[in-house]
Design a binder for this molecule. Structure first.
Ligand code: SF4
Length: 417
């Protein structure tokens, strides 16, 4: 007899899953209220110039003309026709955005976006991300990871370490790296072994999940009787690793929009979405890196890169930390999501600037909310059949006073000039 499935386990109870994850992919399109949705994994958020063009073309010719940036720095296309799957796959394949059809949903790698550009950090983890992606795609067993399993690679500055990875690597001084498989064990190892160690840890998780038979998607869902043999997996891979006490997770604030290092730029996408024209406006560039904060690093923006910021602002991109929509995010909301109680994206445009991030959600799932401290704006339904209502950090708030309530919750507004 298979175990009885539970949707919400009690505290301390093991989650039992009777099916694989339903995460959308580039080849597995999700039916949404506004058409099919495709989620395209971009390891470390990276796009070449050619891939920027391909993604913009896919949005224009097959979707609704927009590209969403997810909280893992991946890309989503919405408004796709039911029968566009083959055309989309061909277009992405032509641009080398589908290196492995069997692994396309497991290439979930977040890496410090400015790594290698600004002299901070102990290693260039963008290079680690490319090597890890290649190693994942070359390992047949890795295709069994869930579409939610996340690798996080932090170059030591602490910008992405807190984003909740299942296997985390943090570069450290003296050519070492710290591996966090799950959240209860930590190992120090040579940085040269970091990528192999991350893959070995992921495979150790799969072994434990198979043995447990509970259908776990992530290490924290495993029963306590089936903790992976992390140390054994590293040893079997020939990796020398020293177990460490679990330290606090390093943290630093994400970059603000503007010039970044020497010849690079960072811009934010308003409410996490770019039009095809806004995406193309990032070119010319050596490459573009989408970030978990719904922005884009423009790598190699050319001589006088900072002078391009005015033009990008004219395209509607956020180029200054004190711009009104900097720090404002929203879930899909109505009409794209059937669960939403309001058109949260339209209402989020009412938000005023302030020091804290703010996130608008159409229901209590709060998809894509930020990490750390943030203001929670939650749609609560329609009051008296006349206007949408919200709560702002649990305080009931009619839509008519939404901007004041959000501004009060964020603290004193930063002047825009
Ligand atoms: S938070 Fe709710 S309404 Fe918003 S996208 Fe997620 S499921 Fe839909």
């Amino acid at each position: 007899m298979p175990p009885t499935p539970h949707t919400t386990p009690e505290p301390g109870e093991t989650r039992i899953r009777d099916r694989g994850d339903a995460c959308p992919g580039a080849l597995r399109l999700h039916p949404a209220e506004d058409g099919r949705l495709a989620r395209l994994r971009l390891p470390a958020g990276r796009l070449t110039s050619r891939q920027v063009e391909a993604l913009a073309t896919a949005a224009e010719t097959l979707g609704d003309g927009r590209i969403s940036i997810t909280s893992r720095g991946n890309a989503e296309l919405r408004g796709l026709a039911d029968d566009c799957g083959a055309s989309l796959a061909a277009l992405l394949d032509e641009a080398d955005l589908l290196p492995s059809p069997t692994h396309e949903r497991v290439r979930n790698i977040v890496a410090s976006p400015a790594s290698g550009l600004d002299g901070l950090g102990h290693a260039d983890v963008q290079l680690w991300a490319r090597d890890l992606d290649a190693a994942l795609c070359a390992e047949p067993r890795a295709a069994a990871l869930s579409g939610r399993f996340l690798f996080v690679l932090d170059d030591g500055r602490g910008d992405v370490a807190g984003l909740g990875g299942d296997v985390k690597l943090i570069a450290d001084a003296d050519g070492t790296a710290v591996l966090w498989p799950g959240d209860r064990r930590v190992f120090r190892l040579a940085a040269d072994d970091a990528v192999r160690a991350a893959l070995a840890a992921a495979l150790a998780f799969l072994d434990a999940a198979d043995a447990a038979g509970t259908g776990a998607w992530r290490p924290r869902e495993l029963p306590v009787t089936h903790v992976p043999d992390w140390a054994g997996a590293l040893a079997a891979a020939g990796i020398a690793a020293e177990a460490l006490p679990v330290p606090p997770t390093p943290f630093s604030a994400p970059p603000g929009p503007g010039a970044l290092g020497d010849g690079h730029l960072y811009v934010l996408a308003p409410l996490g979405r770019l039009t095809a024209a806004q995406l193309r406006a990032l070119l010319p560039a050596d490459e573009v890196r989408f970030t978990p904060w719904r922005g884009a690093v423009v790598v190699g923006a050319g001589p006088g890169a900072a002078g391009r910021l005015g033009g990008l602002a004219a395209h509607g991109l956020i180029t200054r930390p004190d711009a009104p929509l900097a720090g404002v995010t929203a879930c899909t909301g109505r009409p794209g999501c059937a669960k939403s109680l309001a058109d949260v994206r339209a209402d989020a445009l009412l938000a005023l600037p302030g020091p804290l991030p703010v996130h608008f959600s159409g229901c209590e799932r709060r998809c894509g909310h930020p990490h750390g401290a943030w203001v929670d704006v939650l749609a609560t339904g329609t009051e008296n059949d006349s206007a949408d209502s919200y709560s702002v950090d649990d305080v009931p708030t009619p839509r008519t006073s939404l901007s004041e309530a959000v501004a009060a919750a964020r603290g004193p507004a930063t002047p825009t000039r």
